[in-house]
Design a binder for this molecule. Structure first.
Ligand code: SF4
Ligand code: FES
Length: 250
């Protein structure tokens, strides 16, 4: 007996040179038990309709480029098993809260700008010469930020965030979590340079702690927790700077 089953995949289509509004198109796909939604999209592109556009790269939950709405939920399509949806139809749409470029491809510019703005890299007030060796770190110091360093920039958290959906100026979950990751790093001295973005009115204080960002995050980064920790750290640092205006750089 064949292990192939057939599932209906309805995909949002948008070809800006042909149509003013998105439409939808349904395909019937024979799939094996180990297929994910991304396999179905690749099957459609290779064997049924080569005009379908979508992003992907690694097919193993690492590159973060295959995020789409699957039956209304932000998912990595390379991690969404078709068998979990069968025998029902699967609807695949581009990530919400981002402009559509074409079919399932969204414009990531806003997220990339926000990511850059929080300076997600190690900042030193003064770099020591390479000849003096690495900036050493203990396992406990690594543990402080490791969880927040697992982000793959998939933007699922932005698609899940109702605050970002309403207010696109909000810096948003992943960018704040990554800023926090570097603020927690014992080698970093860039907290002050990130604060005018992270602690601005478009930063942490916009978050109403809905927590959906953490629910959908495929890497368990827990951006909602990062935002809460940043609120506490920012408030503590402000109080410290009032009491001890000469210290408190980190
Ligand atoms: S925090 Fe999680 S959901 Fe958000 S971009 Fe990073 S990996 Fe994706
Ligand atoms: S294809 Fe890379 S995360 Fe899905």
């Amino acid at each position: 007996m064949s292990d192939l089953r057939t599932i209906k995949i309805t995909v949002l289509r948008y070809r800006p040179e042909e149509e003013d509004e998105p439409t939808e198109q349904t395909y019937e796909v024979e799939f094996r038990d180990d297929w994910v939604v991304l396999d179905a999209l690749n099957h459609i592109k290779d064997h049924i309709d080569g005009t379908l556009s979508f992003r992907w790269s690694c097919r193993m939950g690492v590159c973060g480029s295959c995020g789409m709405m699957v039956n209304g939920e932000p998912k990595l399509t390379c991690a969404a098993m078709l068998r979990d949806y069968y025998p029902n139809e699967v609807r695949v749409e581009p990530l919400v809260n981002f402009p559509i470029v074409r079919d399932l491809v969204t414009d990531m510019t806003d997220f990339m700008d926000k990511l850059k703005a929080v300076k997600p890299w190690i900042i030193r007030e003064e770099e020591k010469p390479v000849s003096e060796g690495e900036y050493l770190q203990t396992p406990d110091q690594l543990k402080d930020y490791k969880q927040f360093s697992q982000c793959i920039n998939c933007m699922l958290c932005y698609a899940a965030c109702p605050v970002y959906g309403l207010e696109h100026d909000f810096v948003g979950p992943a960018a704040i979590a990554l800023g926090h990751r570097y603020n927690l790093d014992s080698r970093d001295e860039g907290n002050q340079q990130r604060q005018h973005i992270i602690a601005s009115k478009e930063g942490i204080w916009e978050c109403t702690y809905v927590g959906e960002c953490s629910v959908v995050c495929p890497k368990h980064v827990d951006p909602a927790e990062a935002i809460q920790q940043t609120k506490v750290a920012t408030t503590t640092n402000r109080l410290k700077s009032l009491v001890m205006p000469w210290g408190n750089k980190k």
